[in-house]
Design a protein around this ligand. Structure first.
Ligand SMILES: *Cc1c(COP(=O)(O)O)cnc(C)c1O
Length: 370
């Protein structure tokens, strides 16, 4: 068996240790006589898996007590609708509300588009004119007077733009608006101050576990503001009251996510992951910056540590580059079709050795084709 270095943006590589453990436990989990996929979600065994996963995640991210961790389904794209449905009702149901969106790449474009079905949308800032290669500073944002919430995407997986600061909405004049963040593709890559957000959400398949699991971390005072039309299974308050068991949760995905959380703790937690992710990103960007053969397009202060889009100076070489990469066991480097070029996604599960192998290949390809 060979494990290649997999640079997929998502579903993405998982730690080999986690997959080996899951394989060992596939037929018989801890002497239960059955595998996790076959267990009742309400049985003692699975309840312990769920509780452990929640506790480990709470510890890793230092999630404060007044925040609920919800394991849901539907992915981040479903949350684009679930968020307005959950935040536009309550005492102010019936009022036409405005939600503010900061648009910094493909994913936040989709978020604001979906929200328009439920409310008025104010685009507080957009970097589309700059082809999503930078982040707008908060003093460029034109927030509405009384937004129901302010939405950002803290790591744009396709454009490779990442926030390394957290917007302070009180200082920006909207102290009552919760900050809502799509954190799909960089959650758990470094410590984050959860208390600065009202809601954080993301699909699991980038940096947490298998697709099918959606994570929502929500401050408890935001529960109970849903519109009456909200499906019960997507109503955060109902999901929270039922401890993510209102309906059958994605049990196997939760189990794998739980193994990833334990793996992260063994690595030393999120501060250790941040150090490693920094080292990986610096190695790759450092090489790209020093070369005339390759180029990157994102402003230095917001270059994603997780998703690194880059371009060969000559697009005609793209297919040759990708074929050579595949031969060396460097997989899924093709860029997203909307951006072109290449993209290396280097999430937690990508070891430094994988980035070193990629840089070796970049150097070699430059030598032979430069
Ligand atoms: C992958 C991704 C999504 C889409 O998630 P789904 O699980 O496919 O709905 C949304 N936002 C970001 C930032 C992503 O990386």
């Amino acid at each position: 068996m060979t494990r290649a270095f997999n640079f997929s943006a998502g579903p993405a590589a998982l730690p080999a240790e986690v997959l080996s453990q899951a394989a060992e436990e596939m037929l018989d989990w801890h002497g239960a006589g059955m595998g996790v996929m076959e267990m009742s979600h309400r049985g003692r065994e699975f309840m312990s898996i769920l509780a452990q996963a929640q506790a480990d995640l709470r510890e890793l991210l230092a999630v404060p007590d007044n925040y609920r961790i919800l394991f849901m389904q539907g992915g981040a794209l479903a949350e684009n609708a679930i968020i307005p449905m959950n935040l536009l009702g309550g005492e102010r149901a019936g009022e036409r509300r405005t939600a503010d969106y900061v648009v910094t790449g493909s994913w936040s474009v989709k978020s604001q588009k979906e929200a328009r079905k439920y409310c008025d949308v104010n685009i507080a800032a957009s970097t589309e004119a700059d082809k999503f290669t930078r982040l707008p500073k908060i003093d460029e944002w034109q927030l509405s007077k009384d937004p129901a919430y302010v939405h950002i995407c803290t790591n744009e997986t396709i454009h490779g733009v990442e926030y390394f600061w957290t917007p302070d909405l009180a200082a920006a004049g909207v102290p009552n608006a919760p900050l809502v963040a799509d954190v799909s593709s960089h959650i758990l890559s470094r410590p984050m101050d959860v208390s600065k957000f009202g809601v954080m959400y993301g699909g699991a398949q980038k940096n947490i576990g298998p697709s099918g699991l959606t994570l929502v971390i929500v401050r408890d005072d935001l529960l109970g503001r849903s519109l009456p039309v909200t499906p019960s299974a997507f109503d955060w308050k109902i999901v929270a009251e039922n401890d993510s068991m209102f309906n059958t949760p994605p049990t196997y995905a939760i189990y794998i996510a739980g193994l990833v959380f334990q793996w992260l703790k063994r690595q030393g937690g999120l501060a250790a992951m941040e150090a490693q992710n920094k080292a990986k990103a610096e190695l790759l960007y450092g090489y790209l910056d020093g070369s005339d053969f390759y180029r990157t397009s994102v402003a230095k202060d917001c270059r994603s540590r997780m998703n690194v889009p880059f371009f060969l100076h000559d697009d005609a070489l793209n297919e040759t580059f990708l074929a050579g990469a595949r031969e060396r066991g460097l997989l899924q480097l093709k860029g997203h079709k909307s951006v072109g070029g290449m993209r290396a996604s280097i999430y937690n599960a990508m070891p430094l050795a994988g980035v070193e192998a990629l840089v070796d290949y970049l150097r070699e390809f430059e030598r032979s084709h430069g």
